[in-house]
Design a protein around this ligand. Structure first.
Ligand SMILES: [Zn+2]
Length: 89
């Protein structure tokens, strides 16, 4: 089936933008994954059909509100992971 949780796309897209604002935050694979997971668990999933370009129309509709929410959750996730990183050591 062709569908995707659009929030995952947005979280991936915005991850670097948010991390740039936190120079002290570890950016290893493990921490990035933790940040994404925490943020996504706090966001309502938005499933979109990825068939035949439909995704683009749907994305534009929900873009602005979702972006603000994703940025907010990513920032909170960065704070949590910075305080308690789970990577080795
Ligand atoms: Zn790390």
């Amino acid at each position: 089936m062709d569908f995707k949780n659009y929030m995952e796309v947005l979280v991936e897209e915005k991850m670097d933008e948010v991390l740039d604002q936190y120079p002290d935050c570890c950016k290893c694979e493990s921490c990035r994954r933790d940040i994404a997971v925490i943020a996504l668990n706090h966001l309502h999933p938005r499933y979109v059909s990825t068939e035949k370009g439909q995704i683009f129309a749907r994305i534009q509709e929900m873009n602005m509100q979702s972006e603000i929410e994703v940025l907010r959750q990513l920032m909170e996730a960065v704070e949590i992971v910075s305080a308690h990183p789970h990577h080795g050591a």
